[in-house]
Design a protein around this ligand. Structure first.
Ligand SMILES: Nc1nc2c(ncn2[C@@H]2O[C@H](COP(=O)(O)OP(=O)(O)OP(=O)(O)O)[C@@H](O)[C@H]2O)c(=O)[nH]1
Length: 240
């Protein structure tokens, strides 16, 4: 089908983009800190309030960053207690990590350190000292809930300094831009490591456990209706 209207400049530009890279990001953190909200906000640009708390999913999303297509595969983990072997499989799968806590929940803040150590431990063993450790960002979510705050900005900064990972204090509810910054910066950090070939990031094998996690192809460009979608209708809306 042809159109009588000229294409917008942004669409015309995208045709000259170079081949896509794929980056796998694992979103970790305690239950109810906003992992699903963060992931869905990034890929649909919308804040959707209610999710099935137990759902674990790999979202696939293509974004154009600095004139390049980047395929994100984002594993939104369940955030509930599971044995360490299961978490380790997921950590092995990732190229980069967003470790999320809520500024309204001190326990979720205390969990960040353990998760960061686990990431380092798993990847140090896997790489046997060769190569840099994967990029990690700490996400302090729900900063809009100032009255319920239990963790100060300074505490977040102190943790960030001691772990040597950047920490972004954000509101997934209020800002798409802050959410995108988390994922885009993980991508830039991985690029900086210089371990990427022009086509794709280096791939490792996928375990049977990882193959069982449902995958969903989602792209913000698909959702242009301006409707507010519930999570279930969001899932039905976007085909695999
Ligand atoms: N006010 C506010 N609420 C938020 C924000 N981010 C998430 N929420 C709410 O926090 C609750 C939990 O969000 P989820 O995204 O389901 O949290 P989760 O970490 O994925 O939870 P699990 O699936 O149990 O691991 C939901 O009611 C969200 O609407 C935010 O930035 N501000």
């Amino acid at each position: 089908m042809t159109s009588n209207f000229p294409l917008p400049r942004t669409l015309r530009r995208s045709w000259s983009l170079s081949p896509a890279r794929t980056m796998r990001i694992v979103v970790l953190g305690q239950s109810a800190v906003g992992k699903t909200a963060l992931t869905v906000r990034f890929i649909t640009k919308r804040f959707i309030g209610d999710y099935d708390p137990t759902l674990e999913m790999i979202y696939r999303h293509t974004a154009a960053i600095d004139g390049e297509f980047v395929h994100f595969e984002i594993l939104d983990t369940a955030g509930q207690e599971e044995d360490s072997l299961q978490i380790e499989e997921k950590i092995k799968w990732g190229d980069g990590f967003a470790v999320v806590y809520s500024v309204t929940d001190r326990c979720s803040f205390d969990e960040v350190m353990r998760l960061c150590f686990l990431i380092n431990h798993v990847h140090s063993n896997a790489r046997k000292g060769a190569g840099e450790l994967p990029p990690v960002v700490i996400v302090a979510n729900k900063k809009d809930l100032e009255f319920d705050r239990m963790v100060t900005t300074e505490e977040g900064e102190k943790l960030s300094k001691s772990l040597k990972y950047p920490c972004y204090e954000i509101s997934t509810r209020d800002s798409y831009e802050e959410t995108a910054l988390v994922f885009n910066n993980l991508y830039y950090d991985l690029l900086k490591q210089g371990t990427v070939s022009p086509g794709t990031f280096k791939r490792r094998g996928i375990s049977k456990q990882m193959e069982k996690i449902p995958r969903l192809y989602a792209n913000s460009a698909i959702n242009t209706s301006g409707r507010s979608l519930s999570f279930n209708s969001f899932r039905d809306y976007i085909p695999e």
